[in-house]
Design a protein around this ligand. Sequence first.
Ligand code: FAD
Length: 375
Amino acid sequence: MKKTADVIVVGGGAIGNATAYNLAKNGVDVLVLEADEVVGNGGSSRNGGGVRQSGRDPRELPLAIYGIQHIWPNLKDELGMDVEYHREGNLRLGRTEAHRAILNGLTDRAVECGLDVRMVEGDEAREICPYLSDAVLCASWCATDGHANPMLTTLAFYRAARRLGAVYHSGAKVTEIKKQKGRARQVVTEDGDVYEADVIVLAAGYGSRAIANTVGLEVPMHTQLMEVIVTEGVAPMFWQMLGTADADFYGHQSDHGSFVFGITGGYEDFSTAVRPVSSSIAASSACRVILGYFPILENLKIVRSWAGWIDVTADHVPVFGPVEEVPGLILVCGFSGHGFGICPTAGLLLSELAQGQTPTLPVDAFRYDRFKAPA
Ligand SMILES: Cc1cc2nc3c(=O)[nH]c(=O)nc-3n(C[C@H](O)[C@H](O)[C@H](O)COP(=O)(O)OP(=O)(O)OC[C@H]3O[C@@H](n4cnc5c(N)ncnc54)[C@H](O)[C@@H]3O)c2cc1C
């Protein structure tokens, strides 16, 4: 069994797989250790598939814009698998003047960062998506946002990484990182196996917090339960991604005709425990909200639901990059519920960092030590 590599990636989610793919593409010897028996069973295959720039923190926006301009459009060909990517816009809907104020603020901030997004009145929103209820008063409209299939994307990165030589060990739950001569060097699993690499990329979602603790690092973050509901399939109606000013649901129609809606489950956990995945609890109340915007969906049956935990940092932006006090370690976690849309860019940047290169985009805003009290 392979025990050494140039780079060890801990965690086989969308971020770990995209990193492994980019490293393998550059001929780097990479080993991925995944706790679960399968890859992608964290948020990465459970998410709502949003690939959007609008509504993002300005620090994350360059990663989202880069991915949408340079990576997502070619991902199907690059990875050899259709990831069902659609770039047909995002409408964030408002039904009240209070919603308009929220959307105006989000839009103004995004425009300041150079994003092509604008406010539209209800009638223009209904021209873009004719199925919206008359109650929609206004919306923000970003024509270059979209969505993709998260399960296929995570799988596509995994398969492409494997094809290019990345080695995966599943059922390998990492419990500890050990330093040698001041550098992160060894990765220890629950079974007592010890792996070694020059660079360790810790991309284990919320699991990263407890592992980072073993080298004296604490990332202020907690988990929140998020849910997804899926309807029966119907003929294609629209391809836009939709959200609301209140963020009480978001969703899209998938290639096979089902509507996929993401909602908040309402639970938060501040312990270091990685919770088992739960089933949906908020579906019925979410349906009432959704029908307020889309009465036409009233008779559609819900055929599936699931839930997953997101890893939320104290400022809702990921930790991402090398850690000065632990050379050899690249920490990446805390995507705070919006990591899927930027996973292709994150994978590229992380692979560059792991190879000691200057990343294509600066990552200083995501430094681990931004949470430290000033000296
Ligand atoms: C319901 C839901 C809806 C969402 N909707 C969206 C959306 O529409 N758009 C968007 O951009 N984002 C969305 N997200 C967030 C997005 O899914 C995540 O930000 C993204 O998948 C994070 O990827 P990751 O690889 O960092 O984490 P994960 O997918 O959680 O992967 C981490 C991996 O590490 C493994 N691991 C954990 N501990 C260990 C250990 N000790 N040793 C080894 N391996 C370990 C896990 O098993 C897992 O496979 C949503 C999330 C959820 C749950």
